[in-house]
Design a protein around this ligand. Structure first.
Ligand code: ATP
Length: 480
């Protein structure tokens, strides 16, 4: 040790410096935001974003209800994705397939056989774990990571919810709640080619519910038994699949950039050979840095021609594409899938937007504000109209202004309490703009437009409000 310090080898020194910088820059980033899942869960309940399902009965695990602000946020996140996928792409069309599908679908897709998680139980404390989430040393020693009790052998557990259709509970009427929306697209792909004259390459987009009997549901709405997916399946000619796979990776990354998400909170994770699904040739996850760490947000998968080949075998129907522009060449298309969780995206947007900020130094609770810095296109309420006072005709004037804005914007109206408190309430709901109507408004027809992020205010003639808001939304850039 002493020797090393005395004798400086410049080459070795440079190597050490290079190593230091390599670790500095390649160190996995840790979450440094102000959100915690406890804070997000409590804010979500307090403000009516998300409630525990069946709370009065003690709650139903793995299921959540979206309140007035939550449904607006979820609809806007879904709307942004839908617009991106359908409106902005001439070669993608939409679909809304049924949740209940013919049970053969799930035999063909491989879900009956393969859609399993490894499961272990603790014989002592009765806790249940996904084996791949138990520390290796505990699994090897069969020791419960929670109480030290003995673990059972690993068993395979199918994640599909099984139920019966029709009055007789026999095997002929077994039916599954779909575990992914994708299969509804595959079984309809020929219908869509015929009805809409689609030509390869083309895509089908769908948003809908999916159900998985998850062994462990935790982290609020991150992993639930009932959730929503936003999936787009892109049908391509075999041989062009690698190129399209890379193209869709690029597009999905650019999408989150456009959504205004903190880009240093996103990264790619390529599936290793032991992670790849039975149908996949290559797969990348977009991971987001949640308060509990890096977790999957969306998957981009090259599903090959596996699904359509299997549906050909199981249904007896020809799933080949006939290329009329190319001498009626026939082939089973390859599929590039982009599969994102809608409800998981909602959690991501909540975490991404969450901030706490000191805004005064008076030594009381009001010094700090909690603010959700949603992109104005995603915010549940775009503009809140607040009369400074209820009296002297200010409330009526404010109501008139709200009525005019309502046609084009999601609005709220609040006349209760001090104006500062009302601003804070809107900050916490993520409302990007507040319009305050005061005595001057009565005189000269101007109002105060208050900006959530900077808390700056501008005086605007009320007839110019709508145009100004439209411009602010279009030019919005997140600064914090
Ligand atoms: P995970 O590894 O998190 O279980 P997965 O790889 O099984 O996810 P996919 O089958 O690829 O997920 O589903 C696509 C997307 O659907 C995921 O990226 C995720 O956003 C969402 N998703 C999957 N399972 C759930 C769930 N139980 N609750 C909420 N969202 C989910």
């Amino acid at each position: 040790m002493v020797k090393m310090c005395k004798k400086h080898d410049p080459k070795q020194k440079n190597q050490l410096i290079a190593l230091f910088f390599f670790f500095l820059y390649n160190k996995p980033m840790e979450y440094q935001g102000k959100a915690t899942l406890e804070k997000i869960t409590s804010l979500a309940k307090r403000r009516g974003f998300v409630f525990q399902s069946s709370e009065i009965y003690g709650g139903q695990n793995g299921a959540w209800d979206y309140g007035p602000l939550g449904i607006e946020l979820k609809n806007r996140v879904a709307g942004a994705w839908w617009k991106e996928m359908t409106q902005l792409h001439d070669d993608i069309v939409g679909l809304d397939a049924a949740i209940l599908m013919h049970p053969r679908t799930w035999e063909a897709s491989g879900h009956v056989e393969n859609f399993t998680d490894p499961l272990v139980d603790c014989k002592k404390c009765k806790s249940r774990f996904r084996a791949d989430m138990v520390p290796e040393e505990n699994l090897a020693a069969k020791k419960c990571p929670e109480c030290g009790g003995e673990l059972t052998d690993t068993r395979k557990f199918n994640l599909m919810f099984k139920t019966h259709i029709g009055p007789a509970e026999d095997t002929a009427s077994v039916i599954y709640l779909r575990p992914e929306t994708a299969q509804g697209i595959y079984v309809n792909y020929k219908n869509i080619i015929q009805s809409n004259r689609m030509k390869i390459p083309f895509g089908i987009a769908q948003i809908g519910k999916a159900f998985r009997n998850e062994i462990v549901t935790k982290n609020f709405i991150f992993r639930t038994c009932e959730f929503e997916q936003m999936e787009m399946q892109f049908f391509v000619k075999p041989g062009s699949d690698d190129e399209w796979f890379n193209e869709w990776r690029k597009r999905r990354w650019a999408y989150y950039e456009k959504l205004g998400v903190k880009m240093d909170h996103l990264r790619w994770h390529q599936h290793g050979p032991d992670e790849l699904a039975h149908y996949a040739k290559d797969a990348y996850d977009i991971q987001y840095l949640f308060p509990m760490g890096w977790r999957e947000l969306e998957g981009v998968h090259n599903r090959t021609n596996y699904d359509l080949t299997r549906h050909t075998q199981f249904s007896g129907k020809d799933m080949q594409y006939i290329d009329q522009d190319n001498n009626n060449e026939r082939y089973i298309p390859y599929i590039i899938e982009t599969s994102a969780g809608l409800t998981r995206n909602v959690l991501m947007i909540l975490c991404d937007a969450y901030d706490e900020e000191q805004v005064a130094d008076k030594g009381n609770d009001d010094d700090w504000r909690t603010v959700l810095r949603f992109h104005p296109r995603l915010a549940p309420v775009t503009v809140a109209v607040l009369p400074l006072m209820k009296k002297d005709g200010l409330a009526e004037l404010a109501q008139d202004i709200r009525r005019e804005l309502k046609e084009d914007f999601a609005t709220d109206y609040d006349q209760a309490g001090a104006i500062g408190r009302r601003y804070r309430r809107q900050d916490e709901a993520g409302t990007p703009f507040c319009v305050t109507v005061d005595y001057q408004s009565k005189e000269d027809g101007t109002v105060t437009l208050r900006f959530r992020d900077s808390m700056e205010q501008a005086r605007v003639p009320k007839q110019e409000l709508a145009a100004r808001l439209r411009r602010e939304i279009k030019e919005y850039k997140r600064v914090k």
